[in-house]
Design a protein around this ligand. Structure first.
Ligand code: HEM
Length: 401
């Protein structure tokens, strides 16, 4: 089989190159992927089986997040400096300290307290959509929900929402001309978010509030605190990590329901299934297709030897369809239990900080949609984001009645 796992157009067509990934799991589960000189992609090992992705994710001593920072290509030094300070790009023990400081804001209890608020937002979005002549599920429902929730977490004023929305699109969609006019747009947007976070922190230090931002700026029980730089970078990470991912899970989930109408009827008949549906949506869509690590020593993944400094790319989109772990992995089943998907990462130090929040948003959204818009239908083709990293949908026209 002709293998090319970096071609953005393949992802724009099907979300992920599932045929190639299925073949790799069976025939070459840790596959030496050639580079692409034209795009400056180096060679890397593509890890496609669930067990191997979990192994790589959990052994941050063997597979570093801080060496060779970018996903595929290398980045300019000044950008690397900034990236190095982000939690996502650190290894223990630096990572452990920052992660435990921000964990305080994201406990299941703190997220649970947001449920009613999220429900109110969902109802308001449905009310608004009902008054519109034509509705795009991404623009009108899936995108605003996580954006409003993040703005709420940050205590950002309503009038700043559009600005934050555009910045996050430009950062994530840097390879998609619809989102970013040129390659520098993503970097410029990141600088804007950074400055915005800085101003936000200054405001909260002066006037503390009962919110997560204030909490994160306060010292923890051991007297540790995030410094200014760390805080600004954390906000940057939140805007990128919390917005697009949840949006694409919601719109990818809706598309899955359109493609499997019997599952939609099942949910409408029993909206309590929205809890297991949220997990199945994350498995099915795998909104983050892949992530990268770098080997810190000569070691093995499965039966494959890899060398120190080799680049490793783990494919969640593949692990989530692994025949060894999931019965009928190509069936979208909203009642699937157990569902050991790894859409939020394979465990270990970097496991998604926002997983409780994302699942809460998805559960409440699909409960509200099933109750209030049982006749929701697709009204035109879905257009996918051109990105091998994020499985995204740009437009999904729908009718409500
Ligand atoms: C990390 C997926 C929603 C914040 C990650 C990782 C994945 C992921 C795959 C990397 C795991 C690893 O490297 O081992 C998702 C998906 C989401 C989602 C699929 C939605 C369906 C969110 C939300 C937030 C968030 C809502 C915040 C509000 C983060 C942060 C990290 C992260 C801060 C970095 C954690 C660290 O480095 O310690 N997420 N995420 N994510 N996510 Fe999420």
């Amino acid at each position: 089989m002709d293998i090319n796992l970096v071609d953005q157009d393949l992802y724009a067509r099907d979300g992920a190159p599932h045929d190639q990934l299925r073949w790799l799991r069976a025939n070459a589960p840790v596959y030496r992927h050639e580079g692409d000189a034209e795009r400056d992609w180096p060679r890397f090992w593509a890890v496609t089986r669930h067990a191997d992705v979990v192994h790589v994710s959990r052994r941050s001593d063997l597979f570093s997040s801080s060496r060779r920072l970018s996903l595929f290509n290398e980045m300019p030094e000044e950008q690397r400096e900034l990236q190095r300070l982000m939690m996502l790009n650190q290894d223990p023990p630096e990572h452990t300290r920052r992660r435990s400081l921000v964990n305080r804001g994201f406990t299941p209890r703190m997220m649970g307290a947001l449920e009613q608020h999220i429900r109110d937002i969902c109802h308001a979005l449905v009310d608004e959509a009902k008054g519109m002549p034509s509705v795009d599920f991404v623009r009108d429902i899936a995108a605003p929900l996580p954006l409003y929730v993040i703005c709420e977490l940050l205590g950002a004023p309503v009038e700043d929402r559009d600005k934050i929305f555009n910045w996050s699109n430009q950062m994530i969609g840097a390879d998609d001309p619809d989102y970013a006019a040129d390659p520098s747009a993503g970097q410029n947007a990141a600088a804007e978010v950074y400055a915005y976070a800085n101003a936000l922190a200054a405001e909260r230090r002066e006037q503390p509030r009962e919110d997560i931002v204030t909490k994160l700026l306060m010292p923890d029980a051991a007297g540790e605190t995030l410094d200014e730089n760390e805080f600004d970078l954390f906000v940057l990470l939140l805007v990128v990590a919390g917005n697009e991912t949840t949006r694409n899970a919601a719109s990818g989930g809706m598309l899955a329901f359109f493609e499997h109408p019997e599952q939609w009827r099942r949910l409408v008949a029993d909206p309590a299934l929205a809890g297991t549906a949220a997990d199945e949506i994350v498995r099915w869509v795998s909104p983050v297709n892949l992530f990268r690590r770098t080997a810190t020593a000569d070691t093995v993944i499965g039966e494959q030897e890899v060398k120190e400094d080799d680049k490793i790319v783990v494919f969640y989109s593949s692990a989530n369809r692994d025949e060894d772990v999931f019965a009928d992995p190509y069936v979208f089943d909203i009642g699937r239990t157990p569902n050991p998907h790894i859409g939020f990462g394979g465990g270990g130090a970097h496991f998604c900080l926002g997983n409780h929040l994302a699942k809460l948003e998805l559960r409440v959204l699909f409960e509200v949609l099933a109750e209030r818009l049982p006749n929701l239908a697709q009204a035109g083709p879905a257009r996918r984001l051109r990105s091998n990293f994020i499985n995204g949908i740009k437009d999904l026209p729908v009718t409500l009645a």
